[in-house]
Design a protein around this ligand. Structure first.
Ligand code: ATP
Ligand code: MG
Length: 335
């Protein structure tokens, strides 16, 4: 714990439901790499949360624990600076979740826009697992067990963090000042759209470019991208707004002056979709190839990766035990 002393605390994590993709990269992973020098940072593999909508798929969750760890390590989240841990191995989080459940109503959980939206996507309306409905409560416990104040996330998580702050405020007002306010750290691309033009690239929606995709796959996915349906002939004027290829070029292309020239030409008419798609495929390949190479190397060392998770978990548990002792004291259940 020495390495972090006196710093502000950041925490974030990923659900082990699949490999990580470009949305994770721009929405959260890049910030993790930046923040690990300034903050005491925890990165959690959220296996308990993944099980809230995958209870019948334990193998999927188990197999993806190592995959999300690999993705984090491959982009440069450094175990010498960041403490990785596995959520289910910190029983204090489950304990705090139980206490927090008393501080929130079912009606308030049902009103959470992120939950509402995800319930619709997963077909949970009318028969939602209680654990899924309550995942914002367990997420509040994830963060507050470590007294984290800064959480780098995509904007789909903002309503969940708002609810976490309500819970912590309620806790403080009932039992005394224990937790500080949580702030979200939002990137310049807080919600990357899917390659299908859908509102969010997501591992569960089949619309992602993964950080482990090979050159051919990247190219194929870019070629499938939605542009402007009215841009049929090269000389037709095209629309840049809502055009997935331009959206991605704006986010990922290091040469924005050239992207701006392309946009002007496309709007006027005379620039073909293949030209901008080839450019995007190159831009993405340049970003992904070093990540993919490092990932492939690390994938040959599964023991090392597991050890990073287990060593980090040991350290995280010490912090969790300290918070839990304090929580039980203020709640008067420290027998
Ligand atoms: P699932 O479909 O299983 O929920 P997911 O793709 O939404 O998977 P999570 O593990 O839930 O991924 O999210 C991890 C982090 O990445 C969160 O902070 C989330 O806000 C962020 N994130 C996920 N998708 C995007 C995206 N398309 N754009 C920006 N940030 C994203
Ligand atoms: Mg998600």
């Amino acid at each position: 714990m020495e390495k972090h002393t006196g710093k502000q605390i950041a925490l974030t994590g990923d659900r082990p439901t699949g490999r990580l993709h470009l949305g994770h990269y721009v929405g959260s992973l890049k910030n993790r790499v930046k923040m690990q020098d300034e903050f005491k940072q925890f990165v959690m593999v959220a296996d308990v949360q993944a099980l809230t909508d995958n209870a019948e798929n334990p193998d999927k969750v188990r197999n993806n624990v190592i995959e999300v760890a690999l993705d984090n390590l491959a982009v440069g989240v450094d175990p010498a600076k960041t403490t990785f841990f596995i959520q289910s191995m910190i029983p204090e989080i489950a304990e705090l979740t139980v206490f927090f459940l008393n501080l929130v109503t079912v009606a308030r959980l049902e009103r959470n826009p992120t939950i509402k939206n995800e319930m619709r996507q997963k077909g949970f309306e009318g028969n939602v697992p209680a654990g899924f409905l309550a995942y914002p409560v367990s997420q509040a416990a994830d963060i507050l067990t470590f007294k984290a104040t800064h959480v780098p996330v995509g904007d789909d998580q903002l309503p969940v963090l708002e609810q976490a702050n309500e819970i912590s405020h309620k806790f403080n007002s009932l039992y005394g000042e224990t937790f500080s306010k949580i702030e979200s750290i939002i990137s310049h691309a807080p919600r990357l759209m899917g390659i299908d033009g859908g509102a969010k690239m997501s591992k569960s929606l089949g619309n992602a470019i993964f950080l482990s995709d090979d050159t051919e796959t990247i190219k194929k996915k870019v070629m499938q991208m939605y542009t402007d349906p009215k841009h049929i002939h090269v000389n037709d004027p095209g629309s840049v707004e809502g055009n997935v290829v331009f959206d991605y070029l704006t986010i990922f292309d290091p040469k924005q002056d050239e992207v701006n020239e392309f946009k002007a030409e496309y709007r006027k008419g005379g620039l073909g979709d293949t030209v901008i798609k080839n450019r995007l495929a190159d831009v993405l390949e340049n970003i992904i190839s070093p990540i993919r190479e490092k990932r492939e190397y690390l994938a040959t060392k599964p023991d090392y990766v597991m050890n990073v998770l287990l060593e980090g978990t040991k350290e995280a548990r010490k912090v969790a035990a300290e918070t839990m002792a304090e929580v039980k004291k203020v709640m008067k259940i420290n027998y």
